[in-house]
Design a protein around this ligand. Structure first.
Ligand code: CA
Ligand code: CA
Length: 195
């Protein structure tokens, strides 16, 4: 039986011309291309679905955005951004664009939580003195620095914290504060842009 099968296979191999092999290889290539296209469409769809995901109930809304002051775990800048990213696909360390937004966050921090200092999403990691937001990579428009800040003390202060006054100070990116703010802004991207 085995000999018979082997004989049959051998005859088949003779019948398969190199033209057939080339055709098969071409078809495999086409299938690979189609599979890649399908995978990319699926990823896009997944991202779209995730971005539309409901806002977690422990976020507080202000304007079009929703915010959470995280006090546990206490994390430094980059791990804090990573933590925000786990809460919602559009969540980032907060991007502060107005006096009103800043005041809202300050009140949330001091009045509601008794927290005194919290990290916000600014950094000048790419270039000293060029302060940008981690959510967009765009330069800060609104700022609320404490007088004399940013001072880049010790030549290593490239991240930003909000003080209990609502004013900002630049500090080391490895510094762990009382908390940090995450923001879900429906207009913001699902990517983090680190300097
Ligand atoms: Ca904002
Ligand atoms: Ca400083």
């Amino acid at each position: 039986m085995r000999v018979l099968l082997f004989g049959l296979l051998s005859s088949l191999c003779v019948l398969v011309s190199s033209q057939d092999v080339n055709m098969l290889l071409k078809e495999i290539d086409q299938l690979r291309f189609q599979l890649k296209k399908a995978q990319s469409s699926l990823t896009k769809l997944q991202n779209k679905c995730m971005a539309g995901q409901a806002i977690p109930s422990d976020f507080v809304q202000f304007g079009q955005s929703s915010y959470k002051l995280v006090t546990n775990p206490k994390l430094a800048y980059k791990p804090a951004e990573d933590y925000c990213r786990t809460l919602h696909p559009r969540a980032h360390l907060v991007t502060i664009e107005s006096k009103e937004e800043n005041q809202f966050l300050r009140d949330l921090m001091v009045n509601d939580h008794g927290t005194y200092f919290a990290l916000i999403g600014g950094n000048d990691l790419a270039q000293e003195g060029d302060w940008r937001w981690i959510s967009t990579g765009k330069p800060m428009q609104y700022t609320n620095w404490t007088p004399g800040m940013p001072d880049n003390s010790g030549n290593y202060e490239h991240c930003v914290t909000m003080l209990d006054s609502g004013k900002w100070n630049d500090l080391g990116c490895d510094y762990v504060e009382d908390g940090f703010f995450c923001e879900i802004d429906p207009d913001l991207s699902t990517e983090s842009i680190l300097g």
